[in-house]
Ligand binder design. Structure first.
Ligand SMILES: Nc1ncnc2c1ncn2[C@@H]1O[C@H](COP(=O)(O)OP(=O)(O)O)[C@@H](O)[C@H]1O
Ligand SMILES: [Mg+2]
Length: 1010
């Protein structure tokens, strides 16, 4: 090994970057205070991203921050899954030993991190890759969390433009989860000049850019004065003005270029090459021939290379290699890094590599491949196969390229990197025809490779590719001879097609079914039946129903618990849609489903049951039960090590009932927490709609408008257009219509509602269609009233036309369960309100009163305070026209109380204005602004704070409270400090004492459930 030597002149001082150091400083300070914080640094090659980051990291480390750094590698198409994270883990293991790292993982479980670093032991075979991947992500997150418990952490991921897809996914997850990561600063660098239009990093940057805590820096070239200073620092003396002009003209303030120019035998002269690349090469060419040989070999390796591998490839012994390398290190072309070397800058490597003659390139890659073949131990564990695949491919050795790609694909699969697996399998298929005995070489048929590729594509959510591979595989399958095999492929393809909204997917599923008749492979048949039933466009389709029934029987017979649970969930959904009062049957089926899921392997079946159950309970108007079931499932997911991955999915099911129940503060917390986890687009959209509704009803119109735009963008990104996508589109349409009405934009409200009625098959999802219908009807009558005022015949006609269509739809559409019926009654009341009559006489008033009364009673029944308050307001309005002031007063006061306790300001105002107009005194106190039903308002504590105080009094820590209330630890700590302020105490102990002293809690109730 060589010692690092000072070589080529460079500046020991960081020049002209104070502004950016300050940005990083502030970001780290925020992170230390527990505020999420990520900085993304872009800039062209050589501009100083690495230098800035490492200078800052050194300072931070000195001040007690733990710095973890990993770089992405330029490995071309193969990628090296999770490369920078493997590097970080390796560094940690080096510092604290594998045992020490394992000690930081929840339950010492190294099961998934072992996929990144074989030092952690053998990898278990995984049946559910996506669950394992979720666990891996959780483990890395947990690891960072625990490390940051000791001291602040700065995680640096360098050169993200080379990141493989797995690294990008994990990075997105970590940055997205930063709200739960106290005291962690994440810094990402990338070469912005290398990002072509379709570069895969672009969407990730856009996604991260939307998070409030992500800051983007674009490092500019040095300005003239800074450049002159850098030049002086590099050379140790000022430049003559004429030379300085020349240097600046050439290097344009790029520090790397300046170093090369100035390092070029002293002063730059006229014979200097113009381009940076040529300049970099000129520096290499000045080195001894044997040194250049070694550099040329090293350039084929990638940015870094281990000493033993370089020795093996060059055939030099240690001494000879050291001799050859010394001048390169002295000239600062190569730097010593760990157990090996790296080019000082990636551009130098690229220049040397690009300068290789084609034949030479092939030869170098062949040597690497052969060396690795002979001794995989030459590179870090777990990397040999994928590197071998890279080298054989670039060595143009088709046979070995194919074989090694096949084995590397298996490694990628173990590492849970299905996108990389897919790339490698694509290469196997690409090379197949060029290798005559390919099947024998890898012991697998072309068809089997296609099947595996289809599966990997499905896991990687590359649906179009999955469809193509499945199609290719089907062409090679003899359905007569191997019906099961063909059925699996047809099922995969049909499922993917349906998911992509392609109409012919259903035909595939039916064909698959024909291939597995009853009595052959009943579990396989049951699965196809369920996929078929699940994708049915018409929920009342009798064939889908029959398929579900048959699947249920088959799964039961075969004793396959997971399939049985799915079948029972499907039946429960069908029952609930079947019409009125099938709720008991549905719940009974779900109880059976839960029992089956308990007996099945893995957490997925239980999750499926919980999602279905909470969804159905919410639809039945049993909002509290719905929230409870979903919350329990989140707790279960946490035990499985999957809290965040599944948390976002379940959060929708928690937030939806909380919004219904008027528990808006809690709903908002759950939503914010879930949004921080970067959920998939559609779920994000669902959460944004719910958050938007709360903002809107509380009167925050601008926040609501932002959320509406964000939600539309999110939901539009979900390409799935089947029926289940309606659960996102319809609430969005309802929310947008309500928003436009609040903005007094009646024309757009009508137009938007009309467009939704045109686009979506409303009949297929009454649960979400009824609320939309009710709001749309309101828009229509508002439009008619407005048109009447300005005498606009066309506007009235348009609104009238839409209202007619809505009425016709409502005639046909079933309403099952009390919540749908409440919406239906609201629709009826809205649709009947006659703007021309404007409740002119007592007869019309009495009719309106009856209709709104029915709606109010229904909303009261399902305990939805907001629509109840709205309905009460309308009844009060109607009662006034009938002349019954006493009745009107009672109703309006109740409405005012409800709206007040919800903090529904616009509604409160509307109520207030009716009260003024009708000379009604709203003596019923409007209630605490933010409070919710039932809290005592002691010292201005909100209901939520009261709840938190209860746990504080019971001696619970913030993380424990967070777990109990399904909020982040940080949110819990914010609540606690608010409580301390409001109670004027300085510690939790004092707060607890105060609570006890004041008998805020019934001592008997204290112990229960805490
Ligand atoms: N502000 C600066 N002051 C002094 N030297 C710098 C500065 N920025 C970059 N350098 C030097 O220029 C070279 C290229 O910088 P580097 O950080 O590797 O670029 P990047 O990572 O953006 O490609 C390095 O030798 C680095 O030390
Ligand atoms: Mg760099």
């Amino acid at each position: 090994m060589l010692e690092a030597m000072s070589g080529r002149p460079s500046s020991t001082v960081l020049v002209g970057r104070d502004e950016y150091l300050a940005v990083l400083d502030a970001a780290l300070a925020r992170a230390r205070d527990g505020v999420p914080s990520t900085v993304i640094i872009g800039g062209e090659a050589g501009i100083g991203k690495t230098r800035l980051t490492s200078e800052f990291a050194a300072r931070a480390a000195e001040a007690g921050t733990r710095v973890l750094a990993g770089a992405c590698l330029d490995m071309g198409a193969e990628g090296l899954p999770f490369a920078p994270f493997s590097a970080v883990l390796r560094e940690l293991v080096h510092d604290m030993g594998a045992e020490g790292v394992a000690g930081l993982l929840p339950g010492h479980a190294t099961r998934e991190v072992a996929r990144l670093l074989p030092e952690f032991g053998a990898i278990e075979k995984e049946t559910d890759a996506s669950a394992a991947r979720a666990r891996l992500f959780e483990q890395i997150l947990a690891l960072l969390e625990r490390l940051a418990d000791e001291r602040p952490v700065m995680l640096v991921i360098e050169d993200a433009h080379w990141a493989d897809r797995s690294t990008r996914d994990l990075l997105a997850f970590l940055v997205g989860s930063e709200q739960v990561l106290d005291r962690v600063l994440i810094v990402v660098t990338f070469r912005s000049d290398d990002l072509h239009r379709t570069h895969p990093l672009r969407p990730l940057l856009a996604q991260l850019g939307r998070l409030g805590w992500v800051e983007r820096i674009e490092l500019p070239r040095l300005a003239r004065l800074q450049a002159d200073e850098l030049a002086a620092r590099i050379l140790g003396h000022e430049l003559a003005p004429s030379v300085a002009d020349e240097v600046h003209r050439r290097a344009e303030g790029n520090p790397l270029f300046m170093e090369e120019l100035l390092g070029h035998d002293g002063e730059p002269g006229a014979q200097l090459p113009e381009s940076l690349r040529d300049l970099l090469l000129a520096a290499v060419r000045r080195l001894p021939e044997e040194t250049q040989d070694v550099l040329r070999a090293a350039s084929a390796a990638g940015p870094g290379i281990e000493h033993p591998l370089l020795a093996a490839v060059t055939g030099l012994d240690d001494d000879a290699l050291a001799r050859a390398l010394r001048p390169a290190v002295a000239a600062n072309v190569l730097v010593v890094r760990g157990d090996g070397y790296a080019f000082r800058h990636a551009l130098i490597r690229e220049a040397v590599y690009d300068d290789l003659l084609p034949g030479e390139r092939t030869r170098q890659h062949t040597r690497f491949a052969e060396a690795l073949r002979a001794d995989p131990g030459l590179v870090a564990a777990g990397r040999a196969m994928i590197e071998e695949a890279h080298h054989w491919y670039h060595a143009h050795d088709t046979t070995w390229a194919l074989i090694s790609a096949w084995h590397a694909a298996a490694d990628a699969r173990h590492a849970l990197a299905s996108a990389e697996e897919l790339t490698l399998l694509a290469r196997v298929l690409e090379l197949w025809d060029k290798v005559p005995d390919a099947a024998q070489r890898i012991g697998t048929s072309h068809l089997a490779v296609l099947e595996q590729a289809a599966e990997a594509a499905q896991t990687a959510a590359e649906n179009e590719l999955g469809i193509s591979y499945a199609t290719a595989a089907l062409k090679e399958t003899d359905a007569q001879a191997e019906p099961q095999r063909a059925a699996v492929l047809l099922e995969t393809r049909g499922h993917l097609k349906c998911h992509q909204g392609q109409d012919d997917g259903y035909a595939d599923l039916e064909a698959a079914l024909d291939l597995v008749p009853a009595g052959r492979d009943d579990v396989a048949r049951a699965r196809v039946l369920l996929t078929l039933a699940g994708h049915s466009r018409d929920p009342y389709d009798p064939r889908a129903h029959a398929a579900n029934v048959e699947a249920l029987a088959l799964a039961r017979q075969a004793g396959d618990h997971a399939t049985l649970a799915t079948a029972l969930c499907g039946m429960a959904l069908r029952e609930s849609r079947a019409g009125r009062d099938a709720d008991d049957t549905a719940l009974e089926l779900l109880a059976q489903a839960r029992a089956a899921a308990e007996q099945a392997d893995g957490y997925q079946p239980r999750l499926h049951v919980a999602v279905t159950e909470s969804h159905l309970l919410e639809g039945m108007g049993r909002h509290e039960d719905a929230a409870r079931v979903a919350q329990a499932a989140i707790a279960g997911a946490r035990d499985q090590g999957l809290p965040r991955a599944t948390g976002a999915l379940l959060a929708v099911n928690v937030a939806e009932p909380l919004v219904s129940l008027g528990r808006w503060d809690e709903a908002t917390e759950v939503i914010e927490h879930a949004l921080a986890l970067s959920p998939p687009a559609a779920i994000r959209g669902g959460l944004q709609v719910l958050a938007g509704l709360v903002a809107l009803r509380r009167g925050n119109l601008s926040a609501a408008a932002d959320l509406a735009a964000a939600a539309r963008a999110s939901v539009s990104r979900e390409r799935h257009t089947g029926r289940s996508a309606l659960q996102f589109w319809l609430p969005l349409a309802q929310f947008e219509t309500e928003l436009r009405l609040a903005q007094d934009n009646i024309t757009d409200a009508v137009a938007g509602a009309g467009a939704a009625a045109d686009t979506f098959e409303l009949m297929s999802y009454p649960r979400y269609s009824w609320p939309l219908l009710a709001t749309a009807a309101r828009a229509c009558t508002a439009a008619a009233a407005a048109a009447g005022a300005v005498r606009s015949g066309t506007q009235a006609a348009q609104a009238g036309g839409l209202l007619g269509r809505l009425r016709a739809l409502a005639e046909e559409m079933p309403a099952s369960g009390p919540a749908e019926r409440a919406s239906q009654l609201t629709f009826t009341a809205e649709a009947a309100s006659d703007p021309a009559a404007t409740l002119a006489g007592p007869t019309a008033g009495r009719a309106a009163l009856a209709r709104w009364d029915a709606a109010a009673t229904a909303w009261d029944g399902v305990r939805q305070p907001y629509p109840l308050a709205v309905a009460l307001l309308r009844t009060a309005e109607a009662a006034l026209t009938t002349g019954d002031r006493g009745d009107a007063t009672r109703r309006l006061r109740r409405a005012a109380e409800l709206a007040g306790s919800l903090g529904a300001h616009p509604l409160s105002e509307e109520i207030g204005s009716l009260a003024r107009n009708g000379r009604i005194a709203l003596t019923g106190r409007a209630g605490d602004e933010r409070g919710e039903a039932g809290h005592r308002g002691y010292r201005g504590l909100t209901a939520r704070e009261f709840e938190v105080l209860r746990y504080v009094a019971a001696g619970r820590s913030n993380p424990e409270i967070a777990a109990k209330l399904f909020i982040s630890a940080k949110t819990a700590s914010v609540h606690v400090s608010n409580i301390l302020t409001k109670l004027s105490v300085s510690s939790r102990g004092e707060a607890a004492a105060a609570a006890h002293q004041l008998r805020l809690f019934d001592p008997r109730a204290d112990g229960t459930g805490l």
